[in-house]
Design a protein around this ligand. Structure first.
Ligand code: HEM
Length: 176
């Protein structure tokens, strides 16, 4: 099958990219808000939202990876520097990995602490301290790493758009 690389991402990829951005931002903000709250009944609602959004993020990520394998992808946007191009590819792979790890560590934590019946079924009370579970430590270490890499990703996209002026954002949006 001979196929030339498209100039932009498929609308399905564009939708999944921006959906994941929204979900990760929402999960992050709710996660940070919750982590300063005591583990009482007032935490059940934000926890339910956070766990639901976080699990949906994992689903969207898996669908996006499958779509990436099935749909044609544009060539990596070059900066003119082999080193920066390599760093860009490494950063994209690491972003996928960190989103995968933060969601799976959250699910591990939920399983270790038996959260699903407490949060979604009002059965029992929350554990006194989530840090009694190893997955909570992992979740809390991955969160700032993901935040930092996301900032770098946004910076790199702005560098393409504003300095290199290569219309990078058009590749990750709808239309011709
Ligand atoms: C995109 C996915 C996710 C992101 C970005 C995310 C982000 C966060 C952040 C930023 C925190 C606070 C970390 C800290 O201050 O140390 C947190 C805490 C937490 N997250 Fe997630 N999370 C995600 C997925 C999940 C999932 C899928 C679950 C469970 C099914 C989950 C369960 C929890 C729990 C139980 C806490 C502890 C809250 C506390 O300490 O009071 N997270 N998360």
């Amino acid at each position: 099958m001979s196929q030339t690389a498209p100039k932009k991402y498929h609308p399905i990829q564009v939708t999944l990219h921006w959906l994941i951005v929204l979900l990760v931002f929402a999960a992050f903000i709710i996660g940070k808000f919750m982590s300063g709250q005591p583990n009482d009944s007032a935490k059940l609602m934000p926890l339910a939202l956070h766990m639901g959004i976080g699990s949906l993020t994992l689903l969207a990520l898996v669908v996006r990876l499958i779509a990436r394998m099935k749909l044609p992808v544009p060539a990596h946007a070059s900066t003119g520097s082999a080193l920066l191009d390599w760093a860009g590819k490494a950063a994209h792979a690491t972003l996928y990995l960190l989103v995968f790890l933060i969601a799976t560590s959250g699910i591990m934590l939920s399983m270790q602490a038996g959260l699903a019946p407490i949060v979604f079924g009002s059965a029992g009370t929350l554990p006194a301290d989530f840090y009694d579970f190893t997955a909570r430590v992992l979740h809390g270490v991955i969160a700032p790493a993901l935040a930092l890499l996301t900032l770098l990703h946004i910076g790199a996209a702005l560098y393409h758009q504003l300095i290199l002026k290569d219309h990078l954002f058009a590749r990750m949006w709808y239309g011709k």
